[in-house]
Design a binder for this molecule. Sequence first.
Ligand SMILES: Nc1ncnc2c1ncn2[C@@H]1O[C@H](COP(=O)(O)OP(=O)(O)OP(=O)(O)O)[C@@H](O)[C@H]1O
Ligand SMILES: [Mg+2]
Length: 264
Amino acid sequence: MAIVAAINQPSTVESPRGSPDGQPAAIACQGVSRNFGGLRALVDVTFQISAGEILGILGPNGAGKTTLINVLSGLYPPSAGSVHIHGEDITTLSMSDRARHGLLRTFQNTRPSTELTGNEMLRLASLSPHASAGGRAYSARELLELFALTSYADTILSDLPYGVQKMINLAAVALCRPRVLLLDEPFQGVAESEIERLSAVIRHFAGTGVAIGLVEHNVKSVMRLCDRVMVLDSGRMIFEGKGADAIRDPNVQAAYLGKRFGGN
Ligand SMILES: Nc1ncnc2c1ncn2[C@@H]1O[C@H](COP(=O)(O)OP(=O)(O)OP(=O)(O)O)[C@@H](O)[C@H]1O
Ligand SMILES: [Mg+2]
């Protein structure tokens, strides 16, 4: 219950932007490029996320957002550049070794195993070797309460709405107490009425010091939730700064010309 109350509290992390104490960024991406044959999906992308910070990663369809998460999480090696977590070079590590370093991610289109209930899925996640990587793992019960999903605990996942499946999947990932959490379109498919709760949960994780990179098309939610945003277009980072400034930026406006920008 204490944890549920905690999501309504402001973040305990003093200054998520930058590293005033001289600590290395939670995750630092330096000069990362990724080619698919002749296609340059990412071109020389450099940015950092501090502990406790939520960075929104925006960009039109095909801009390279998922590719960035794939490269950061180790699904694809970069064609150039490096990735560090808390100062340690993880560029050549596998996905599971990165998870051991506390880097976890969710996928854009998630369909968790259909035969399990939410409770079973969370209990399964607690058996993961990564579950204790970042300290004491959450219990299934704590997470179901945090996400306000207790009433779905014993329902088979495939019988649940897609948005609820996605939230349980995020709960299973968060159970392991990641230090860096990369979310690929967490609000996509989630009912409008649930988005505020999900945002509060994400804010809660940031408040415990997790660095969060959040890819989203739902700009309204990104603006409310994120400390800072970056915008990709054709694999290049064309903007980094405050969300309100991104909307006014001529390069960002040009990138979105004729495309969806402004929320679902
Ligand atoms: N495995 C792959 N093989 C070949 N091309 C790929 C691969 N993955 C991504 N691409 C290409 O890289 C570019 C960036 O794709 P990516 O999926 O990263 O975009 P995105 O910003 O996540 O788009 P969306 O908002 O639609 O999810 C696209 O042109 C895509 O077709
Ligand atoms: Mg994508």
